[in-house]
Design a protein around this ligand. Structure first.
Ligand SMILES: Nc1ncnc2c1ncn2[C@@H]1O[C@H](COP(=O)(O)OP(=O)(O)OP(=O)(O)O)[C@@H](O)[C@H]1O
Length: 358
């Protein structure tokens, strides 16, 4: 049965070197939280701490009302008693076992000691899980006979077999090629949601985090800098570090007064907190270019990207990254006018440092 996973003020270290600081997150049943951060940010340590493979220094980890780990009074429930499923990066399937036996591995101990009725129940459960992940009829195949995406579904079925309260996934789609990744990720997310199992997806791939999860927590230097829906993080980052990690953008000095700010591209409408000196982050799709002989920006380069093209324009030391629709051509050297469409995010000076963005 799925329960709420909650972490309160969790800190962890390796040999005295702090790695996680004061991490608090909450994952309700059926919800997927992506933990997004650069390499070395502490994502794997966070998952290992939840799974019980790493002892925390401070804070509390709970599943429902049961403490799995706590610093005071000291609690450390063994990994196998936590009721947590783990889908590792490399799927870690046993090549010498059939798909069915891989799935059944976590169910009920060695096959040889099971009685007839237990064997029948186990067979049924494996068949149900195979159907659940869309692999019915493939129970006798060997893992290596399946595609990468199918193998990940077997790994998911195996992790779901004991009925975990929550699922942890460590870059589970990293080994799949890009074309497959989004589809398998969406399937896994839907399946976990339908089963009411909460999950934590660790990834450094922002597209995967924004496209797959219900909520995203950005972890930089071992701390959660911001948590929210993908839309909130993209459109309303609370620091430059998060804004830049979540998506492309041009950062310009700005001076805000009320709902507007003066910038190198003129006066623009702004959202966010603070007033006075700071900066604005303009997303590539918030800029419109118009070819005009009198335009004061110059096209530096144009990079075709399928459905859209990324164009870089410059005027003196102001450089902007702009997304334009496919089919619209901006030749390097062309003079263009720049317009900002919609409100852009403003950061007051003390939040404008981009340190920690990886
Ligand atoms: N077993 C260990 N012993 C000592 N230091 C470690 C150990 N594992 C990780 N670290 C350090 O802890 C920090 C966080 O590592 P962690 O693996 O949690 O980050 P990550 O965000 O998962 O990175 P990646 O995406 O590269 O896996 C890094 O500085 C790393 O060097």
């Amino acid at each position: 049965m799925s329960e709420v996973l909650s972490l309160e003020a969790v800190s962890a270290s390796y040999g005295g070197d702090p790695v996680l600081h004061d991490v608090s997150v909450r994952v309700p049943p059926g919800e997927m939280l992506a933990v997004l951060g650069p390499s070395g940010g502490g994502k794997t340590t966070l998952l290992r701490s939840i799974a019980g493979l790493h002892r925390i220094d401070a804070g509390t980890i709970r599943l429902g009302d049961r403490a799995l780990a706590a610093s005071a009074p000291h609690v450390h429930v063994a990994p196998e008693r936590r009721g947590i499923g783990l889908m590792p990066q490399d799927n870690a399937l046993f090549p010498h076992l059939s798909v069915g036996n891989n799935i059944g591995f976590g169910l009920s101990g060695p096959w040889s000691v099971l009685r007839g009725s237990e064997r029948a129940a186990r067979r049924r459960r494996i068949a149900d899980l195979l159907e659940l992940v869309g692999l019915d009829g493939l129970g006798d195949a060997r893992p290596q006979e399946l595609s990468g995406g199918q193998q990940q579904r077997v790994a998911l079925a195996r992790a779901l077999a004991p009925g975990p309260g929550v699922m942890l996934m460590d870059e589970p789609f990293a080994s799949l090629d890009a074309g497959l990744r989004a589809g398998v990720g969406a399937d896994v997310a839907r399946l976990l949601r339908d089963q009411g199992v909460g999950s934590v997806l660790v990834t450094h791939d922002r597209k995967e985090a924004l496209g797959t999860a219900d909520r995203v927590a950005v972890i930089l230097d071992g701390g959660i800098r911001q948590e929210g829906t993908p839309e909130e993080l993209y459109h309303r980052p609370t620091s430059v570090a998060v804004g830049r990690f979540i998506g492309e953008g041009s950062l310009l000095d700005a001076h805000r007064s009320g709902e507007r700010a003066q910038t190198a591209v003129g006066v623009v409408p702004v959202t966010g907190n603070g007033d006075g000196a700071g900066s604005v982050l303009i997303r590539p799709e918030q800029i419109r270019l118009t070819v005009a002989a009198t335009g004061d920006f110059e096209v530096v380069r144009s990079s075709f990207g399928g459905p859209s093209t990324i164009v870089t324009v410059r005027r003196a030391d102001t450089e902007l990254t702009v997304q334009v629709a496919d089919g619209v051509v901006f030749e390097p050297g062309a003079a263009v006018d720049v317009d900002v469409v919609g409100a852009v995010v403003f950061f007051p000076a003390h939040l404008a440092s981009s340190s920690g963005s990886g």
